[in-house]
Design a protein around this ligand. Sequence first.
Ligand code: G6P
Length: 613
Amino acid sequence: MCGIIAGIKKGNIVQDLIGCLKKLEYRGYDSAGLACFENNRIERYRSVGRVSELEKIVDTKYSNIGIAHTRWATHGKVNELNAHPHLSIKDGFSVCVIHNGIIENYKELKATLIKYGYSFESQTDSEVLAHLLHLERKKFSSLKEALNSVRKKLIGAYALVAICDKDPNTISGTKSSSSLVLGIDRGSHQYFLSSDPNSLSGISTHIVFIEELELICLNGSEFTIYDENLNKINRDLTKLDFASDKISRGEYASFMQKEIHEQPNAIAMTLENFFDENSLTPILFGNDAPKIFEEVEQIIIIACGTSYHAGLVAKYWIEELAKVHVSVEIASEFRYRKSVLKNKTLMIGISQSGETADTLAALKLARKLGLEWIFGICNVQESTLIRICNLSFITRAGLEIGVASTKAFTTQLASLFVFALTLAKTKNHINTQNERNFLKQLRHLPNAVASILNGEMSVKNWIKYFESKQNVLFLGRGIHYPIAMEGALKLKEISYIHAEAYAAGELKHGPLALIDESMPIIAIAPNDDLVNKLKNNLEEVKARGGRLFIIADQGFELREDSCTKIITLGDHAGFLSPILHVIPLQLLAYHVANSKGNDVDKPRNLAKSVTVE
Ligand code: G6P
């Protein structure tokens, strides 16, 4: 999604801004732009497509103050006019803005601004911000005051950063429901504002998260944060511990491939604190966790995309092990539903980024409706999600760049399994022997994942059966039904092949009508209690000429033939089986998309972090 970077330093900042835009690329975007001061005038450069196109245009520019942006289209087509920064030039001075989010009342504001003589060149909601700020700058004596006045007129979500040629050494920013972070390197006298702390690696030693409705001003080599009444506030600096070299593909062809192969290590890191006996203690989820785990009677899991699938798997674990009822809901649905929330409900928000707008809104709504217990599972310690939750668990997958989530998913699953075990232990539903056995299985999990990754070649052998297909059906049962859903999501988002997942028992209620020799069916077939039921479903497919591709465990009884291909993993892994069965599906989606020549890390139209509705 859209990315913001702005900065001020003693030397030339233009290349720093381009470098940061490149670090924001992983979030997904379709155009980019930059504005900077040249001879006290604001100059603006924009281009459609990759940041490298913009880089060519600004290659020789020199400035010590600039703002830059990657745009992911929401209002208006992908073209140069709609790209940020947006500029307002009138009455002898200019204002230039970059914006993340959506201004819901932009039509009303636009109508007013037109009456004041402003003309619009783009179809975006963001352009109103440039003209409105210009109008307010005429009324107020500083950019900061003008921005504060603009803020009060906005409805919607925004992180907004601006420059004005009446205030030549200044950058001002503010935010509401969209992330904005200050990066500081005092030694090098450089200050940045970004929508994503990851982009600040290598150029900042410390960061400060700008809170709701606060205003930040960078001025020369100083920064000042103001509250909504423009009183100065002091904020603690947080040390930034990203190493700049972390954002590299290394020996891999893409970030997604690298991230798939990082899973054994990512899972091991995430579980590091749980490998010892007696390590299942609620306190690892927060100081209030022991009380909450004892008292909780119901759980609601809220998430989007792949994180939602992790929640669906967790429902099976939590209900079976801890005997607590769980409902799992897509955040964008929950936030607009009139739900009934009972006391003693724990709400769990799962999010890789911790910045997904719908997930945050759903959790905030739950809080507003009186829920006190909110638990966040997230891959980013500094995220908004973690800051609004009272219990938390950080997956330690490391930075995930590929839009299609892989290592974040399996580390979420590992964390959710640990949560289910800890809850079960607190509620006396597992004994010491069970606990030891589960911890032993967890210790083995990274190796088990690694050994499936070693079988990558057998997945590659399937590419030819899929690359020319238009449709693929995924089947699973029980806890592997959400894994089938995740497999279908992976395939559709990066290979652009239409893929759907069904609970295999539902086959005869509709999708069986689609089966013929042109329809590949991928079945997730672990050797669990439901395997014989699943086999019956697969026989129904075979009888109708369907082509079966089965991810099985040792001991699976169907044999390969001209219409049936089987990849056999190891022995059935019990509760942890979903974490293993998803690996071949990730690999398959990756290799099919790659062989089609698609950009697997940045699939068309998608964004890594969906920070608007
Ligand atoms: C986007 C990403 C997905 C991700 C989903 C939820 O759609 O492309 O990979 O699963 O957002 O993101 P979150 O950061 O909340 O897990």
